[in-house]
Design a protein around this ligand. Structure first.
Ligand SMILES: *Cc1c(COP(=O)(O)O)cnc(C)c1O
Length: 386
């Protein structure tokens, strides 16, 4: 055979469909319905116009400027955009419960080509082929893909009957396995969040010798960030992304917030694969986005508001809707399969997502769009339920 043996163990991630045959309203990939800030668009145009030669040169290998701006954004917002306050001069301050009791510095930031790439390096750096790592049974479906890719055994812990994480079982298994923990908070696809106090209790009980990874892809829409815990727990590593709350899915920009010791380890992995960082245009986009936090505070607030309205709508229609702190809802209705709802809504020109995975096959996951998209979505639901 011309292929390696390793290839046989690959089970790649299947993303939400990106159809080209018809124009759908896309509520299937948790993308942000709002365009990036006008300042991001202007920064890209200025960059190409004023310094086209930079497209022909290697980018800043350390992304220093971007890392400082990400740190500034986190300090200003407390790491949860939808609760941050904006004054009349567009200055952003964190809500009381989100205040970080120290200053996040640029040496606590690592950036990569989407948090998917970041996660891949994190798996390589901290999980071992000889030890099972612990994750929830239903969580971001890319984690098992990395486990297969790097040949790391997993220990998947079922969720509790109310779809929350089974924290006690995760901890006791982590203790036995000695291989570390990863989960998304808020979790996907359930949308349910652990409070910072709950994660702190977990960290207190977990071994400080094991990595503890929290994926905060959705935290800006109403969860509680664990960034304030970083000084207390040196084994904590937080993965975040520009793809959801910062309208940046097309820019491929993900990042880590952790203590510099862990950042340096991931940098070593990255420099063993590709010693250049994210591309020059993505750096420009990321810097400009961080310069306009106020814009993304507003869009995150709108999305959280639409989510609450839509959850009430579905509940009134007889759906069971899990309590979401994200930019999507996970819901089901007696007498309907997830596939059936997905297909009927698709006939109405709107894409949502369902998973064939046993245990969650009767749910649909619906990304929150803008006001107009949500109005059309509600009309589509009225139609298919009548
Ligand atoms: C969307 C998502 C990511 C990946 O984000 P990218 O930065 O676009 O690669 C990671 N984790 C979770 C839980 C997500 O939902």
């Amino acid at each position: 055979m011309i292929v390696s043996n390793r290839i046989k163990n690959l089970h790649p991630y299947v993303p939400g469909e990106q159809p080209k045959d018809r124009v759908y309203i896309k509520l299937n990939a948790n993308e942000n319905p709002y365009k990036p800030s006008p300042k991001v668009c202007k920064a890209v145009i200025d960059f190409v116009q004023n310094s086209p030669e930079k497209l022909g040169l290697y980018p800043d290998p350390d992304s220093n400027k971007l890392h400082q701006k990400i740190a500034d954004m986190l300090n200003a917002s407390g790491g949860v955009l939808c609760r941050a306050k904006v004054d009349e001069n567009n200055n952003v301050t964190p809500a009381e419960i989100d205040k970080i009791p120290f200053t996040v510095t640029s040496d606590m930031i690592y950036t990569g080509n989407g948090s998917d790439e970041v996660l891949s390096f994190v798996f390589y750096a901290f999980f071992d082929s000889g030890k099972k790592f612990v994750m929830p049974q239903f969580t971001y479906s890319f984690y098992p893909v990395y486990a297969g890719f790097y040949n790391i055994p997993m220990d998947c812990i079922p969720l509790l009957p109310d779809w929350k994480l089974d924290v006690e079982t995760m901890l006791s298994h982590a203790k036995q396995n000695d291989g570390g923990i990863i989960f998304a908070n808020p979790n996907a696809p359930t949308g349910i969040s652990l409070s910072r106090a709950e994660v702190r209790q977990m960290l207190q009980k977990a071994s400080s010798e094991q990595i503890f990874i929290v994926d905060e892809a959705y935290v800006d829409f109403g969860g509680e960030s664990c960034i304030p815990l970083l000084k207390e727990f040196k084994n904590l590593l937080i993965v975040r992304t520009f793809s959801k709350s910062l309208s940046g899915a097309g820019q491929r920009l993900g990042y880590i917030v952790a203590n510099p010791e862990l950042i340096n380890i991931v940098t070593t992995v990255k420099n063993s694969v590709n010693h250049f960082p994210i591309d020059a245009v993505a750096q420009v986009c990321g810097e400009a986005a961080c310069d306009d936090v106020a814009y993304y505070v507003e869009t995150s607030k709108k999305i959280a508001w639409e989510r609450e309205k839509f959850s009430e709508f579905l509940t009134a229609k007889g759906f069971e809707v899990l309590p979401s702190k994200t930019n999507f809802v996970f819901a089901r209705k007696n007498g309907f399969s997830g596939k059936e709802i997905y297909e009927k809504i698709k006939e109405q020109g709107i894409l949502i997502r369902h998973f064939a995975t046993p245990g969650i096959e009767d749910f649909v996951r619906i990304s929150i769009g803008d006001e107009n998209q949500m109005k059309k979505l509600c009309e589509a639901f009225e139609l298919i339920l009548n």
